[in-house]
Design a protein around this ligand. Sequence first.
Ligand code: GLN
Length: 309
Amino acid sequence: MRNPVPELLDEVLRECADDDGGALHDSIPELAEADPDRFAIALCTADGTVYASGDAEHRFTIQSISKPLAYALALADRGIETVLEHVGVEPSGDAFNEISLERSGRPRNPMINVGAVTTHALIGDPEWSLAERDERVRSGLSAFAGRELEIDDAVFESERSVASHTLALAYLAHSQGKLDGEPHDAVDGYIRQCSMLVDVRDLAVMAMTLAGGGRNPVTGEQVVPVWACTQALSVMATCGMYDAAGDWMSRVGIPAKSGVSGGVLGALPGQIGAGAFSPRLDDVGTSVRGEQAFARMSSEFGLHLMHAP
Ligand code: GLN
């Protein structure tokens, strides 16, 4: 029997490709140079088979999609109690770069920037040098993808040259005793984390690793413990799409995380990992075609989490 998945993916891509709504992210100068018409989608099944359609070879920076993965690494390295002392788990209903803390002084969750910088600083061992933490982040994200990832230096330098807002967030968390270490160091490391280059296949495998309890379906490596994935997916499902989390969950029904370079990662526990990429974004910073493609994949393949079988 012919496998229908490749053709269905091509069809989803074709149907969503006409949408040229949205705009390139412009607060990181280098991202405003992206080719706006690129478009790719990928799926990874629980047995590690990967299907892709469109510009699947094109690499882009992971940006905020690194946040649930970095959160899982921090949980694995420092334990849930320490991580919860520093960062909460409540949806903020705010934009990704909102200046806000809980009354306790914690950032509300690890998916918004203030919580993501705080989470980044928790990765590894508190005694480590910055280079050691950077390497833990790079090799940890690489283990999720199943290949060695590299940093895009131009995007890193570009975001670093406009980082005063992120630095303000880091100082805010630091002022409440929630940021381990020095704000400039944490922001540098966080931006490096966001500058890791991936393609849609990587996103699909990373997503399936999360969805499969931390075991990479391609390499077989147990990247983080099962409980850390349960925690990361729970927070991603409720907070991953920022102030559009409810809209995304009801329309698409797949726990997901977006990034401002145009990537989207979606993970359905035990079932599937998905990735999409197209650089034009809507108002909340989610790829317009990426969202369309996820909505279609969800209905074509019957993936909505809340849909009774
Ligand atoms: N590096 C970006 C930032 O911190 C990530 C934001 C995003 O992808 N939503 O602004």
